[in-house]
Design a protein around this ligand. Structure first.
Ligand SMILES: NC(=O)c1ccc[n+]([C@@H]2O[C@H](COP(=O)([O-])OP(=O)(O)OC[C@H]3O[C@@H](n4cnc5c(N)ncnc54)[C@H](OP(=O)(O)O)[C@@H]3O)[C@@H](O)[C@H]2O)c1
Length: 253
């Protein structure tokens, strides 16, 4: 990566997104941090700048088409190109029996986790093509181990993360010849605010989640960021439509 590259990180205001924004900045990329919380987004930009690179925060709701369109326009206005995108924004589901889950919850999770990734790619890809990235443009979508295995009482989240893989593979095939590589990562449990929120609802959640991992611990966000940086980089130049497990062995059980 060189200091000419520009990367969008959705959900860059915390957790995996923030760690990836910093990791990409350390490689010299300029970072566009996209999320809804401005204070936290600005904090990520500050951390990006501390690496010696540059960044901006764009207040974005990935579920909203006008908001995503505006994110891409602001990126091009600021940096005149787009090379990389990490479509990472997502929300969790609290464990609830299927029969008690609501249509509102279904729509909210699907709108952010699935529509958000689809909308992001819909506007990022033309911007990358217009930037003339040729061989070297790349997108990584954040699925989950939940995109591969089932889990009781979390079917909406599980379905949303399976859908991210379907979108990733289809887009990867569609744009294979454009020079833009599109891949996904599938993290296992990562110690972020998301796990914290689930642990507030079920005090045993962190312990239960940890015990599912053969490696015996959760990952830290930086371990996921390392995988994203590699997938986006030219070192992964022949990797396309792939789902990279970074899961502490959870899917191999
Ligand atoms: N933690 C895990 O165990 C784990 C495992 C596998 C996959 N993942 C996936 O990793 C991704 C990041 O999660 P995390 O663990 O880092 O948790 P997190 O700290 O809660 O991060 C979620 C990020 O998504 C953003 N976001 C949520 N809704 C959004 C929307 N409508 N528009 C724009 N941004 C939105 C949040 O920012 P704002 O609130 O500021 O908008 C936040 O930056 C998610 O897709 C999650 O499903 C997490």
């Amino acid at each position: 990566m060189t200091d000419q590259k520009v990367a969008i990180v959705t959900g860059g205001s915390s957790g995996i997104g923030r760690a990836t924004a910093i990791a990409l900045a350390k490689q010299g990329a300029k970072i566009v941090v996209a999320a809804r919380r401005s204070k936290e987004g600005d904090e990520t930009v500050q951390l990006v700048k501390e690496t010696g690179s540059d960044g901006i925060f764009v207040n974005t709701d990935v579920a909203n088409e006008a908001s995503v369109k505006s994110l891409i326009e602001k990126t091009i206005d600021s940096y005149h190109r787009l090379d990389y995108a990490f479509n990472n924004a997502g929300i969790e589901q609290t464990m609830t029996p299927l029969t008690e889950q609501t249509v509102e919850e279904f729509d909210q999770i699907m709108n952010i986790n699935v529509r958000g990734v689809w909308l992001s790619m819909k506007y990022e890809i033309p911007a990358m093509i217009k930037s003339g990235v040729g061989v070297g443009g790349a997108i990584v979508n954040n699925s989950s181990a939940a995109g591969i295995i089932g889990f009781p009482q979390m079917g909406i989240y599980i379905a949303s993360k399976h859908a991210v893989l379907g979108l990733t593979k289809s887009a990867a095939l569609e744009y294979a010849k454009s020079g833009i590589r599109i891949n996904a990562i599938a993290p296992g449990g990562v110690d972020t605010e998301m796990v914290g929120r689930l642990t507030e609802v079920d005090k045993q959640w962190r312990e239960k989640l940890t015990s599912m991992h053969p490696i015996g611990r959760l990952s830290n966000p930086e371990e996921i960021a390392n995988a994203v940086v590699w997938l986006l980089s030219d070192k992964a130049s022949f990797v396309l439509g792939h789902t990279l497990l970074v899961d502490g062995g959870i899917v191999s059980r």
